[in-house]
Design a protein around this ligand. Sequence first.
Ligand SMILES: C[S@@+](CC[C@H](N)C(=O)[O-])C[C@H]1O[C@@H](n2cnc3c(N)ncnc32)[C@H](O)[C@@H]1O
Length: 285
Amino acid sequence: MATNTTEKVNLPSQVFDELAKRYENGLGGAQIDIVRGILSHSKDKYPIDSNSIVHDNACGPAVVTNQILSQGISPPPHIFATDYAEGMINVANCYKERNSWDTVTVQHMDGQSLTFEDEKFTHSISSLGVFMFPDEKKGLSEMYRTLKPGGWIGVSSWKDVRWPTAALAAYEKVFPDAKDPMVLPLAKNWMDPESCERNLREAGFQDVKAEVLPCANRQPNAKVGASIFAGFLKQISPTARAWDEKTWERYAECLSGLIEEMFAPSADGNGVEVTLYAIVTSGRK
Ligand SMILES: C[S@@+](CC[C@H](N)C(=O)[O-])C[C@H]1O[C@@H](n2cnc3c(N)ncnc32)[C@H](O)[C@@H]1O
């Protein structure tokens, strides 16, 4: 019988290259809810204005950048959007060109060794980013180093992204005699507000606050939602990546059924949604 333990897995940038094009639809708008939560913390403590210099760290498809610029700050602040996956950088650059984001610089960069000088930024934001770096302590210390004194940090992580429960239940059902647990890339020390606050305090930040933020993954229907979640899992679980196609199909059928049950009709009558739980943590240097 498999013990359903999970552990942190180091994801190479190629995994995110493969995910880049499907990433935004896959999270179904939850990533936007989360960034808005981060920005509302900033608004309370240290609002972003025209003079701000912002780092969108592990930017993915420039989600933080997009939300800041859609606030209509005039003139817009300077934003440096960086990520270590070429696929994500390509998507971010497309948005930059399409929307004429003249104050945005998009750069390919590992968040564990930023090439920016010390004390460059007024705001350093990493939504669903730094918590999944192989060395998140190094990631946080780089954010600290590159923030101006008094500067503001905002990060987010997952408390419960929901699909792991279904993934482990399907594993138990399909492989009741498995000797090895299913390996999923969960960052255990970022899954409750107390741990998140401790992570930022240990990195040197003050005035730290964390809160759980419900957000909705909205999809056209449960089948689409299930196939997206299953696709994510196939990319990021070393256990699933090692299976042959037949084994995967057997597992995916069971998994999809369980995930479909998680979706409920959206309140506005458009499609379906499932509530995920993120944690937003912020502080000052
Ligand atoms: C879940 S996505 C989050 C994207 C975006 N920030 C958002 O709010 O949706 C995680 C991102 O972290 C990036 N990433 C992971 N490890 C990284 C590292 N060591 N350095 C830079 N980016 C990294 C991935 O390429 C991916 O774009």
